[in-house]
Design a protein around this ligand. Structure first.
Ligand code: 13P
Length: 329
């Protein structure tokens, strides 16, 4: 492991004014997203969609990296592999390496993420295909009596093991514990659970001797559950989010990037803007999927004639999110 290479990748991913696009929807997720726009998912339609996003003129001004799915990293754009194409635009290719969340046995409604078996060999193959960083997502749900400590610590342990394998393969691990927005819990509960989940993660990260300077945390903003009629204001979200991080995330960690978690694009952008204004000892940035792509996907709807308007919407959203990342919206 060359820590200097990992550090360089981390610094490039956290470049000011830029962030990461999560375009790593698994086959099942992209199928669901396409159903909403009346399009059938196939390797060809999936590529047409990703090509619409990646070839948007000027998008490289706002994106430092893009997280790909296994299918996409094996595809080509304009005669180049997708990784080569992104590199040619100055965008760093990354890869989702977890194999998804499955039921945690004996713990109803809780999940554990799979994918450690054979991970080293898969990372070596992805590195050969140009990937410089990886992502692994863990799902934490709030409900009656959950999350349990078993769920938090099982996922934290797996995230730390993934991070160790990934750093040793020469790629930067993005660890993504996500407290999902499902449910009607309030902001305070979300703040408590987020801090607990992150404490568990960084305890295991320390135990596995992960180099913090070669690591990025991707996590949720602290919000009320999506079914709670009392949604918190951006000021409340920002304060609760930064306070939860100060309690649980080592200040030596170089950066934290946010997922959008199903927040509508405007809400995610406004919340990011307010969080960035407060700031903290870490670089704060974005790694949205839905909040960056949602508007463009609807406009595109699988039709070539909509390409330009979809790309325009994508670029406009990316620009706003980039301004929000600097607290300058
Ligand atoms: P959302 O921004 O849509 O939550 O997706 C981020 C992500 O990468 C989920 O793993």
């Amino acid at each position: 492991m060359d820590i200097n290479i990992l550090k360089q990748t981390v610094q490039a991913l956290l470049a000011p004014t830029k962030g990461i696009l999560a375009a790593d929807e698994s086959s099942g997720t992209i199928k669901k997203r396409f159903e909403k726009i009346g399009l059938e998912s196939s390797p060809d339609t999936n590529l047409a969609y990703r090509k619409m996003l990646f070839t948007t003129p000027g998008i490289e001004e706002y994106l430092s990296g893009i997280i790909l799915f296994d299918e996409t990293i094996r595809q080509s754009i304009d005669g180049k592999s997708v990784s080569e194409y992104l590199e040619s635009k100055g965008i760093i290719p990354g890869i989702k390496v977890d194999k998804g969340a499955v039921d945690l046995p004996n713990f109803p409604d809780e999940k554990i993420t799979e994918g450690l078996d054979g991970l080293k060999a898969r990372l070596e193959e992805y590195a050969g295909m140009g990937a410089k960083f990886a992502k692994w997502r863990a799902v934490i749900k709030i409900g009656e009596g959950i999350p349990t400590d078993t769920c938090l610590y099982s996922n934290a342990e797996v995230l730390a093991r993934y991070a160790a394998i990934t750093q040793n393969a020469g790629l930067v691990p993005i660890i993504e514990p996500e407290v999902i927005r499902d449910g009607s819990h309030d902001l305070k509960k979300d703040a408590e659970v987020t801090a607990e989940a992150l404490k568990a993660v960084f305890e295991r990260i320390a135990a596995h001797k992960i180099a913090l300077e070669g690591l990025i945390l991707k996590t949720n903003m602290v919000t009320a559950g999506e079914d709670n009629p009392n949604q918190a204001s951006p000021d409340e979200v920002a304060k609760a989010t930064i306070d939860a991080f100060l309690e649980s995330v080592p200040k030596e960690l170089p950066g934290i990037v946010f997922l959008s978690g199903g927040q509508p694009p405007e809400m995610a952008t406004d919340n990011l803007n307010t969080i960035s204004k407060i700031g903290g000892p870490w670089e704060l940035s974005f790694s949205f999927a839905r909040a960056l792509q949602g508007e463009a996907m609807e406009l595109w709807a699988g039709k070539d004639e909509n390409l330009e308007s979809a790309q325009k919407a994508f670029l406009e959203r990316a620009k706003k999110v980039s301004l929000a990342r600097a607290g300058k919206l």
